[in-house]
Design a protein around this ligand. Structure first.
Ligand code: 8DG
Length: 136
């Protein structure tokens, strides 16, 4: 029972590694204070009853004002927040629109040699490592 409750209260955070011309889009978080200034893949929490891919498409629309095409997963599940959340990232491409920083303080298209130029959120490290391999 305790295990079931732990599983059902797990939050899933989805992120989009949007690729264009061998660069990936990264955004600087504006909040909360502990994460402000750290960089991430656009995305957010999956809402109850929503599929992970639908959440990803919705978040990219809300945060960036773009429509995306979702591709393959990149990297594995990253357990974070002391086991209370899982980060899952997908490759994606732009279908329509130009990304606007509606919620991030800044957006940057990073080439492979620029992946280390921003301070990523700690949970993103294994995903960034996998992207380095894919973009090389
Ligand atoms: N979007 C995103 N969040 C990440 C990444 N890496 C990482 O640790 N996180 C963390 C930061 C936040 O604690 C959490 C995402 O929560 P969020 O606040 O962006 O979710 P949301 O857009 O649904 O926001 P809200 O409706 O709850 O305000 O996951 C990442 O690459 N992308």
């Amino acid at each position: 029972m305790a295990l079931l409750s732990a599983v059902t209260t797990q939050k899933v955070i989805v992120g989009a590694a949007i690729i264009s011309g061998k660069r990936v889009l990264a955004g600087a978080r504006s909040d909360p204070p502990a994460a402000a200034g750290r960089w991430e893949f656009p995305g957010g929490k999956v809402e109850p009853g929503e599929s992970e891919v639908d959440a990803l498409v919705r978040e990219c629309d809300e945060e960036l004002g773009v429509s995306i095409e979702v591709g393959e997963r990149v990297g594995g599940d990253v357990i974070m927040a002391g086991g209370r959340a899982t980060l899952k990232v997908w490759l994606a491409t732009l279908r329509e629109g130009t990304p606007q920083a509606r919620e991030h303080t800044e957006l940057r298209w990073l080439a492979v040699h620029e992946l280390d130029s921003v301070p990523w959120l700690p949970a993103d490290a294994p995903i960034v490592a996998e992207l380095r391999r894919l973009l090389a």
